[in-house]
Structure formats: structure tokens, C-alpha cells
Design a protein around this ligand. Structure first.
Ligand code: ADP
Length: 389
């Protein structure tokens, strides 16, 4: 699978026969080509993908291999049109292109990745897997913003949600950890990486998420503000004299943890808090307060919560963030076991305490595996004759 970002291309080659039995052993190769367009990096996405092909060939896993079944591509924005993984055709590519205004930072790079991969292997099925797709089931009451409906419709303004492959993977893995089917459980997933988002999943179906029209809304992130009063934007324009692009840059790249304390890595914030740094403490407290607000809100959205799962870099590794996120929420049914919470492990595990009504879990995410699975499932049904399905 290929994840073509604005300045990097990440790739992973998986043996899907192994992935179905033992996902941990399915990886044949993986890597990243970084600094595209910068000095010393690949000149453009075409060259980056050629380097990916070379790296694979050097390990005897060339792109020309007949064993290669399909290429899956991460695509950030699928709008309202793409609600499931989709085989790439010229028409699909044109539709992804039409969505560029909704995701100007992401979709263009995704499109380039697809184009170059198709040119390298025109015979292979290429599948687009959308970050927004898992959230397509969110009911209108949660997806609509309360603004003039005609204006919203004209400009496609609604909640789309992102990190969908992660929320899908983790909500299912959490059900499995409880020994249940996804349809039997209600789960809150907290994806806390550099970007961060929460989702409410009822019986395997996503019913709410914290990110919105773009990945800017919701939780406090590494460099993104998450929720702010939209009037902050007018105020910065009218009183601060800032332009639209400057405000975009401020809220997406210079806010969040970075904006509050100058660091966006939770490990550094931990270290500085231990040394008594007040701005690091404040950044941590704002981050944790926002998390508690969303946990409370999504507990109300679901009514009954069977499990709450922490995932991604911060969620999987920071016992302090998990403890702060659930601090004082015993009345809502969330109790952590401090000893279990402090254990470092890369396995999916329960960290809730004896009196917890809700199972609290740490569940590693794997967006690449999820994309590969979606891709393989689609490529297989399309290439096998009807009677072998
Ligand atoms: P991305 O959104 O880029 O995929 P990740 O899910 O890899 O991000 O998460 C990256 C973040 O995880 C880092 O910014 C860092 O703050 C955090 N992180 C990684 N390891 C730890 C750790 N041991 N303790 C606390 N935070 C960690």
C-alpha cells in the first residue's frame, strides 16, 4: 500500500495470505521516502515512487512481480461520494480531483501517487481507500453544521471526519479484545497521534466523530488547535489584520501543543513538566481537558459505552495522558487500573480497574494493514470468477 503525502511517500508490502492468519508477520517490506521536493530528497512524487520500486527490487520484491495482487492508496478526502474503498478508474481519479478544494494539502499528493503507480503497473488493480469513508454512516443530526442549509449544500460544508481506517481497525480490534463481534458493542475510539480525533462507534457503525469539514476540528493536536470559536478567525482578520492563509497556517501548523508550549511531542512535554515547566503543564492540561469533554460528549451520544480505546503514538504510549483523560470520570463509568495503565507493551490490552463499567483498552492502530486488507478484498472479488468467490 502507498501513503503519498505532500512531502513523503510511505509504503508497505504485505503478504495477504499470512495477514489473514497472523497480521504481525505479514510485512514483507516497508519504508518511507521523505523530503520530496527538498534538497537531497526525491525531486517529485514520480521519482519518490521510482525509489520505492528500487528499494523493493533490491530486496527481490520488484514491482514487476507476478505475485503482486494490487496497490492500495490512502486518499484523505472522499467527500460524500466515496463511502467505501473504490477501484481506481479514470472517472474515479477525476472525482478525487474534484475534491481537491476540500483537502488542498492532501488529495493532490494522493492523486499523484495513484497516477505514478498506475503508469508503473497499468495491469494491476489500484484501489483508493478513503480516510473519510468509515464516517459516512454518521447521521445527519451529527454531520450537519447549523448554518444556512443552502450555503452548506452549495459548498459541501458538513462533518466528514478523518482517520477512518484507524477508527475502523481499532473499533473492531477492541470488540475482538472483549471476545465480541463489532455489532455487539459500543466503542469510543481516541486516536491520539500528531493528528488526533475521537469517534463514537455503535455496533460497528460510526455515529459521530470529532474532526469535521477538515482535520482541524475537535481535539487539541500536535500543531492544530482543534475546536475554536469560529469568530476567532474574523477577529484575527478584522483586529489582527491577518490574511486567510496566515490564519490557516496559524491554526493548522502553529497551534495545538506546539502553540501552547513550543513543543508538539508529548515525550518532550512530559520531560518539561517533570522539570516544573509551567507552559508544558498548561499545554498538557488543555489537551486533557479537551479529551474529557469529548469522552463525556460521546458517552452521551452512545448512551451505553462498552469500551473506550486509546490508540496511535500518544494513546498507545502515554500512561499520563490516559490517566488525565479519565481523571474524575468514575461517575461516567471509567476507572483505570494504575498498575495496568503503567505497563509498556505493544499488544492490545485492557487497562481498566475493577470498578469500571466500561472496559478501557489500549489498542495499537494499523492503518496500513487496514488499507491493504480493504484493497485485497476488493481486488480478489474483482479478479476471481463469480463461482470462486
Ligand atoms: P502520526 O499522526 O504522525 O501518525 P503517531 O501516531 O506516530 O503520529 O504519533 C506521534 C506522536 O506520538 C509523537 O508526536 C509523540 O508525541 C507521541 N509519542 C510517541 N511515543 C511516545 C511515548 N513513549 N510517550 C508519549 N508520547 C509518545
Amino acid at each position: 500500500m502507498l501513503n503519498s503525502g505532500s512531502s513523503s511517500v510511505k509504503y508497505r508490502l504485505l503478504d495477504m495470505a499470512v495477514a489473514e492468519r497472523d497480521p504481525g508477520r505479514a510485512r514483507l517490506a516497508s519504508g518511507v521516502v521523505e523530503r520530496i521536493g527538498e534538497e537531497g530528497g526525491a525531486a517529485d512524487h514520480a521519482e519518490a515512487l521510482r525509489r520505492v520500486a528500487e528499494e523493493l527490487a533490491a530486496r527481490g520484491l520488484g514491482l514487476d512481480s507476478p505475485a503482486l495482487a494490487a496497490v492500495g492508496h490512502r486518499v484523505v478526502h472522499g467527500g460524500t461520494r466515496f463511502t467505501a474503498p473504490t477501484p481506481v478508474t479514470d472517472e474515479v481519479l477525476a472525482a478525487i480531483e474534484e475534491l481537491v478544494p476540500l483537502a488542498p494539502l492532501h488529495n493532490p499528493a494522493n492523486i499523484t501517487g495513484i497516477r505514478v503507480a498506475r503508469a508503473l503497473r497499468p495491469d494491476l488493480p489500484q484501489v483508493a481507500v478513503f480516510d473519510t469513508a468509515f464516517h459516512a454512516t454518521i447521521p445527519e443530526a451529527a454531520a450537519r453544521y447549523a448554518i444556512d442549509a443552502a450555503t452548506a449544500d452549495r459548498f459541501g460544508i458538513r462533518r466528514y471526519g478523518f482517520h477512518g481506517t484507524s477508527h475502523a481497525h481499532v473499533s473492531r480490534a477492541t470488540a475482538a479484545l472483549l471476545g465480541k463481534e463489532p455489532a455487539e458493542v459500543n466503542v469510543i475510539v481516541l486516536h491520539l497521534g500528531n493528528g488526533a480525533s475521537a469517534s463514537a462507534v455503535r455496533g460497528g457503525v460510526c455515529v459521530d466523530t470529532s474532526m469535521g469539514l477538515t482535520p482541524l476540528e475537535g481535539l487539541v493536536m500536535g500543531t492544530r488547535s482543534g475546536d475554536v470559536d469560529p469568530a476567532v478567525v474574523f477577529h484575527l482578520e478584522r483586529v489582527g489584520g491577518l490574511g486567510t492563509d496566515e490564519i490557516d497556517d496559524l491554526l493548522n501548523k502553529r497551534s495545538g501543543l506546539l502553540g501552547l508550549c513550543g513543543a508538539n511531542d508529548m515525550r518532550e512535554i512530559d520531560r518539561r513538566m517533570a522539570e516544573g515547566d509551567a507552559s508544558a503543564r498548561l499545554a498538557f492540561d488543555v489537551y486533557a481537558h479537551r479529551l474529557r469533554r469529548y469522552i463525556g460528549a460521546f458517552t452521551a451520544v452512545l448512551g451505553r459505552v462498552d469500551a473506550l480505546a486509546f490508540t496511535a503514538g500518544v494513546g498507545e504510549n502515554s500512561a499520563a495522558v490516559r490517566a488525565a483523560a479519565l481523571d474524575g470520570l468514575e461517575g461516567l463509568g471509567y476507572v483505570l487500573d494504575p498498575v495496568r495503565n503503567a505497563v509498556r507493551s505493544s499488544a492490545a490490552r485492557l487497562v481498566s480497574g475493577a470498578g469500571s463499567r466500561t472496559a478501557v483498552a489500549v489498542v495499537p492502530t494499523d492503518e496500513e494493514l487496514e488499507i491493504a486488507r480493504d484493497t485485497y478484498a476488493l481486488a480478489r472479488t474483482r479478479t476471481e470468477p463469480e463461482d470462486r468467490r
